[in-house]
Design a protein around this ligand. Sequence first.
Ligand code: HEM
Length: 395
Amino acid sequence: MPLYSADLTAVPAHYVTRFVSGGSLAALLEKTGKLQWDRVQQILVKLGRAVESAREKGLLNRFYFDLRPSHILIERWGQIFEPFLSFIGRDTEQRGASLVQHLRELEQDEADKREAFAYILPEQLGMTKGPVVSPEISDAYLLGLMGYHMLTGALPEPPDTANLGDDDETVAARFPKRELFDKESGKEWVEWSDWQYFAVVIEKLIAIDPRDRFPDYKSAMWALEHPKLYTLQRVRDSYKRCAIPDQFFSGFYSRFFERCPEAKPLFSSLGKKLDEGARWRRQKGMVDSAVLMLFSYFAEVAEQQTIAEEYRQDSTILSYFARRHADVLASKAGRKGLKVAPEWFDEFVDSLAESACISDRLSGDDRSRLLLREQWRQVLKPGSDYLKRSHEVAQ
Ligand code: HEM
């Protein structure tokens, strides 16, 4: 926000900035409640870039930038929301009990005070374990918290600041759970909307433990701009962690055959003339190719969505393969007197996702495992549906 002049000796001290007609983001949220996810994304990406450039120019040399809705002004031009960072944020390096005391004593109205408490950073209350948190990581947390605030339309619940020491190690327990995802979401076979891909990014930004957040500001900004590709990246990383041990592949086959016993005879002829070791290598190779193809298809579809409709391509990375796969599968099934069932494709994906979550060495609680399994499904499903449709056409 351009600053035109300031008089700090006058009473009251004042400064003159560009006029922004829309008022603060806090006032907007008060009036409208929650905002649409793509609008939230638009606002956060612009703010995030502004913070980045302010830091690059050395305008912010303090511990963290006091990002919260009443410090953001919004100009509106129709559907476009242009956010501005106002420099009325407070500069404080206080932590723990002294910070809480400082906030309580400030002369400000109740709404502003509530917001200041809701926007306290976990690292300001204590959290001595782990490496020192860089200011950029804290900026990313505050951007994420504003995202959470805009998506839910409600001021986030503040942490419990009663009886706090200056360096409290039990900070995590003082923060309420700020989850956007329904705990049950992993149990249902549902197709995610863009909102859910975005919500996953916001949840990661606002993890209480800084080690669970994005490792740096750049990757946080990338994920905010490309929530679908962030999900793909997470699933790819998961595959890297589990592709080496055989457990993933054997787990996949036993799950798939348990669910679709009729499909098993179609695979038994695979590499008939090969010895057992070579046959197993081929079977693993087939699953590996299948997974990588489905990843590529997901990336392609996500990319196509960013292109104007008239320039989108009809053929995809799977076009040729889908026809060949449909022919081979239909003729193999025909020879055995079987019919290819469309449900096999869903079971194929489900078996891959479950097997991956069990073989992935990444530790995490039940919720993060459920979420990971759901992310696997979402990434594999579009390509699998594409192959399924080709079979339906071929039959
Ligand atoms: C859902 C996504 C799927 C993908 C991406 C996929 C991918 C592949 C790939 C890459 C191959 C190796 C092709 C080659 O070597 O030329 C293959 C072969 C095969 N697939 Fe699939 N597949 C999928 C689903 C299924 C399903 C649901 C079945 C059900 C029975 C199935 C049955 C087979 C069989 C029997 C072969 C062996 C064909 C042969 O070697 O003669 N696939 N698949």
